[in-house]
Design a protein around this ligand. Structure first.
Ligand code: 1HS
Length: 251
């Protein structure tokens, strides 16, 4: 198995891409600490892994709160002995262009997406003798996505932070960032609805045309990339920006 004997901590593991990654990592032999803001979501993913005879524990924390993060990471390390893989997947969208965006919305997007990545990495590193950190970026870090200003800025910060971490942590820990195109998950729904003037289907239709492959991605397709980065198959990769995006940024 591709992650045999490894211990992984996945933030935002209760839904979407994080849940898909948690299931795949566990199916490949990893013990998985499933961290989520929502206790029931973390528990659901951990239970799904348990039903499939995998090893998992649920953890609840807000990734913007240093003390909560510290506590959750310590519990993961106490349960499984160490951490080999950290997937900083937890994220949040934002509303509007710079002309109309609310200050609170800006702060929240920066806090969850960028500061959360910093706090979780800082807390996990003392438990990582070696291994892989995977950050969740977005195509929004690479191209301007309309009416998503704070999110674009926050994901740009995650890409820059990834390069900084890769340089600082080599050769002990590898750090790479995935920049997915749109996947239909809870994070995307409000934005897609707004794009369709309240009509989700219309918002989805306006989005799909941006993708040469002709559809949005699936959580499993992004989790496949995370699995590769978590495994020793990617042993010469650090500081890489990987774009599973259906060709969206190739145009
Ligand atoms: C939320 C995810 O990171 C994707 S950003 C939105 C890109 S687009 O499909 O709306 O152009």
């Amino acid at each position: 198995m591709r992650l045999d004997g490894k211990v992984a901590l996945i933030t935002g593991g209760g839904s979407g891409i994080g849940q898909a990654a948690a299931l795949q990592f566990a199916a490949q032999g990893a013990a998985v600490a499933v961290l989520d803001l929502r206790e029931e979501a973390a528990a659901e993913t951990a239970a799904l892994i348990g039903k499939a005879d995998g090893r998992a524990i649920p953890l609840t924390a807000n990734v913007t709160d240093a003390a909560q993060v510290q506590d959750a990471v310590a519990r993961a390390a106490a349960e499984f002995g160490r951490i080999d893989v950290l997937y900083n997947n937890a994220g949040i969208g934002s509303k509007g262009s710079v002309a109309v965006a609310e200050e609170d919305d800006w702060d929240l997007a920066m806090s969850v997406n960028a500061k959360g990545t910093f706090l979780c990495s800082r807390a996990a590193l003392p438990h990582m003798e070696s291994g892989s950190i995977i950050n969740q970026g977005s195509v929004a870090a690479l191209v301007g996505v309309p009416n998503f200003a704070a999110y674009c800025a926050a994901k740009g910060a995650v890409v820059a932070l990834t390069r900084s971490m890769a340089v600082d942590l080599a050769p002990r820990v590898r750090v790479n960032v995935i920049c997915p195109g749109t996947v239909y998950t809870p994070l995307m729904e409000p934005m897609l609805r707004a794009r369709g003037d309240g009509d989700l289907e219309a918002g989805l239709a306006k989005t799909v045309v941006k993708y040469p492959i002709g559809r949005l991605g699936t959580p499993e397709e992004i989790a496949n990339v995370a699995l590769f980065l978590a495994s020793d198959e990617s042993s010469f990769m650090t500081g890489s920006v990987i774009t599973p995006d259906g060709g969206m940024t190739a145009q």
